[in-house]
Design a binder for this molecule. Structure first.
Ligand SMILES: Cc1cc2nc3c(=O)[nH]c(=O)nc-3n(C[C@H](O)[C@H](O)[C@H](O)COP(=O)(O)OP(=O)(O)OC[C@H]3O[C@@H](n4cnc5c(N)ncnc54)[C@H](O)[C@@H]3O)c2cc1C
Length: 392
């Protein structure tokens, strides 16, 4: 498959590859790469044309993300979050003013931060304690969010909070658009985590103390939290694609090395033990890619299907941890050193079974979907295919 977004992303990849070790070593945010993503029209490519974007599809985006992730997972995360997740929630459920405001920031190069997790609310996001209390024509935000990707560098924040309406009534969870440049009174970046991978990306703890948000910046879709989380299905497809892209990059590097390195008087590619490893890696990467493309296609005109997105991210993230690690193994001691990018890729890819829904939580979701499928048994005991039943 080839399309113009993919081609543009591929053109940026060599420069991104050259700088990737630097962002990792110095833990700096890759601002120059963002300029390149903006210049190539990839930042905010899925934003509708009426708001200045290119109206690209989820599949277009996924194709571009894979190309970038092969060389620089850090930049691929920025590409995902400028198209999927928080920005897609605003584009789906926001007012025209909110859409125009957020789109302009992203198209200029801002990676929005999505603020859901809290010290006491990880997998169980609905346990969040951050509140947004209605006070006339504004909301007052109080609480703490942690592990916020981009905290401290992002301007746009979509903060999830429990909405407290008139008379102290709990109105469920809503989103609040906060612009952090300059930081409003009461907004603080408390600390930055020291992560094992994706080191140029700040993961921050944020505190909100009586932060005032105009009511016009509240994102309150009809089904509340359920709608906001439906936008997250796009981010899951994006996250799975980064993992798959890193694995694809590792697979290519391993393939080249097998032909180049000689032991026992011949290229190590001639050893069947390594050939079978390589075949498994190739098969797994391809399977993940197909699942991710299927999930991306399911979202045309809306958001990716919840189950397809969960399944694809689950498979791609676990696959990538194994495939990248196996690629490192094929390089022997060289793979364990910074002479090759494999050691960084192993660290970078590790987070994808945790962030954006852990592998365990995604399994629970996939199983729940599976168990909800009605599987009628015919009189002779034949069980029709659940796929056929689900399509009824
Ligand atoms: C690099 C990175 C970036 C992140 N970026 C963001 C961000 O930008 N915004 C944001 O809001 N959050 C972000 N997060 C937070 C992320 O969403 C949470 O880490 C994730 O939801 C898991 O929550 P937790 O870490 O508190 O783990 P916990 O929920 O405490 O889980 C601990 C363990 O228990 C397991 N577990 C929990 N519940 C169940 C269950 N019901 N059944 C079986 N096992 C279960 C988990 O799988 C895990 O193994 C990020 C995390 C990371 C690592």
């Amino acid at each position: 498959m080839n399309n113009s977004y993919q081609t543009r992303a591929r053109a940026l990849a060599p420069a991104f590859a050259a700088m990737a070790p630097e962002w990792d070593r110095t833990r700096r945010y890759p601002w120059p790469n963002i300029d390149d993503l903006v210049g190539a029209g990839l930042m905010g490519m899925t934003i509708p044309r009426e708001f200045g974007g290119a109206g690209a599809s989820w599949l277009d985006c996924v194709l571009a993300v894979e190309e970038v992730a092969r060389e620089c997972a850090l930049s691929a995360r920025i590409l995902v979050e400028s198209n999927m997740g928080a920005i897609s929630a605003v584009m789906a459920y926001g007012t025209p003013q909110q859409k125009a405001f957020c789109a302009a920031l992203v198209l200029e190069g801002d990676k929005p931060a999505i603020c859901i997790s809290e010290p006491g609310a990880g997998s169980d996001a609905t346990a969040m304690q951050t509140t947004a209390k209605r006070d006339g024509d504004r909301y007052i935000l109080n609480g703490t969010k942690h592990w916020i990707t981009g905290g401290g560098v992002s301007k746009l924040h979509l903060v999830f909070a429990r909405v407290i309406g008139k008379g102290g009534r709990d109105e469920g969870i809503g989103g609040f658009i906060l612009h952090a440049d300059p930081a409003p009174d009461g907004f603080e970046v408390i600390r930055r985590e020291r992560t094992m991978g994706l080191c140029g990306m700040p993961e921050a703890e944020l505190r909100f103390t009586d932060v005032e948000i105009p009511a016009s910046r509240a994102l309150l879709p009809p089904r509340g939290f359920a709608d906001l989380m439906s936008a997250y299905n796009s981010q899951r497809v994006g996250a799975g694609t980064i993992a798959m892209g890193v694995a694809a990059g590792a697979l290519d590097r391993a393939t080249a090395y097998l032909n180049q390195r000689e032991q026992f008087g011949r290229p190590i590619a001639e050893f069947q033990g390594l050939q079978w490893m390589l075949a498994d890696m190739d098969t797994q990467v391809h399977a993940a890619r197909l699942m991710l493309h299927e999930a991306a296609r399911s979202g045309e005109g809306g958001f990716p299907d919840r189950n397809l997105a969960a399944r694809a991210k689950l498979f791609a993230s676990e696959m990538a941890v194994k495939v990248v690690n196996d690629a490192l193994q094929m390089f022997g001691a060289r793979g364990y050193s910074d002479a090759e990018p494999l050691e960084r890729m192993v660290r970078d890819v590790r987070m994808f079974t945790i962030g954006g829904g852990t592998a365990q939580v995604l399994r629970t979701q996939v199983a729940g979907h599976r168990l909800a499928i009605r599987v009628p048994q015919t009189r002779d005991g034949h069980i029709p295919s659940p796929v056929a039943v689900a399509a009824e």
